[in-house]
Design a protein. Structure first.
Length: 311
């Protein structure tokens, strides 16, 4: 990954409880990391919104992970976007990609980016796994799948939480894409929140929260006015006080590297590598998650072929 794009941004996440621990809540501002993902993948405005909501959703769900676990969200869908994959950890790192980043759709009949239209229908799969693979210590993966209900991402994640994890949740995710002077565009606000109600929460509290959430301004509006994750949670919880459990920076971060690219190349059949050397004078590997490309030069490739043929 190039240095310029990996610097930490001001994106933040706040994880809290409220109402005597009956309510768990998380909010995140992800403007910079969504803008970075959009730029890396050269995503269209509607794809930027779909990917940005998914990345933010991954970070919110990531707060449910234990230390060494990872979470993968996959929208396996029939809309023009072709599929979305997001991978998040418990430390605020997220990465993701879509199958067709350049496709776009006109605004929907509410004059909004048509995320539901570009995603379409299909399944949402969530996989939670973790452990210390290098030492062979890991627990069984947890997998859950639900049908995509609207393709608007937040609703789909809320449906997944209610069906697969039996946690009633309100989820709101937003990405604001602003047209630029020269027919370009940029992401100027992104973020979201998730409010979860534990069994035993009083019906009065639930009804009150539903009403407060319905009346609060859109998250992207709040973020574009300079609000942080705490402000978003205060708006969503109304009169209820927050107990903050953690506040941390969040970022787009990929685990790929030149060394990993070399290891993958070394696993390819030497005959195939020879033809790459002859035809392309080297090899190039592009990481799906972050679009970084790794060029393996002719001398290095020849060394690998030599080593693999003798092995
Ligand atoms: Zn990568």
């Amino acid at each position: 990954m190039d240095k310029e794009l990996t610097r930490d941004s001001f994106d933040r996440l706040v994880h809290a409880t409220a109402c005597d621990n009956e309510v768990r809540c998380v909010a995140a501002v992800t403007t910079n990391l969504v803008a970075e993902a959009s730029k890396r993948h050269r995503a269209s405005p509607t794809v930027s919104a779909a990917l940005g909501r998914s990345l933010t959703g991954g970070l919110l769900l990531g707060t449910m992970l234990k230390d060494v676990e990872r979470l993968t969200l996959v929208f396996q869908c029939d809309g023009p976007i072709g599929g979305i994959t997001v991978d998040a950890d418990a430390h605020g790192n997220v990465r993701g990609y879509v199958k067709n980043p350049s496709v776009d759709l006109p605004l929907n009949n509410r004059r909004k980016l048509d995320v539901g239209g570009i995603v379409g229908r299909g399944m949402l799969h969530v996989v939670r796994e973790g452990g210390y693979y290098e030492m062979g210590i890991y627990r069984d993966a947890y997998r859950g799948s639900v049908p995509i209900v609207s393709g608007e991402i937040a609703e789909d994640i809320a449906y997944y939480l209610s069906q697969s994890e039996q946690i009633p949740s309100a989820v709101s995710l937003g990405v604001f894409v602003m047209p630029d002077e020269d027919a370009h565009y940029r992401v100027t606000g992104a973020g979201g929140f998730m409010i979860q109600v534990f069994p035993g929460a009083s019906e009065t509290v639930v009804a009150e929260l539903e009403e407060t959430i319905r009346q609060m301004p859109a998250v992207t509006e709040m973020i574009r006015e300079g609000c942080g994750p705490r402000d978003i949670l205060h708006a969503a919880l109304g009169r209820h006080r927050l107990t903050v459990l953690e506040e941390k920076p969040v970022r787009f971060r990929c685990t790929c590297s030149y060394e990993r690219a070399l290891r993958i190349i070394s696993a390819i059949d030497p005959e195939e590598l020879k033809s790459m050397l002859l035809e392309d004078g080297g090899a190039e590997m592009v990481c799906h998650f972050c679009n970084a490309s790794y060029r393996i030069d002719a001398a290095t490739l020849a060394d690998i072929i030599d080593r693999e043929t003798r092995a």
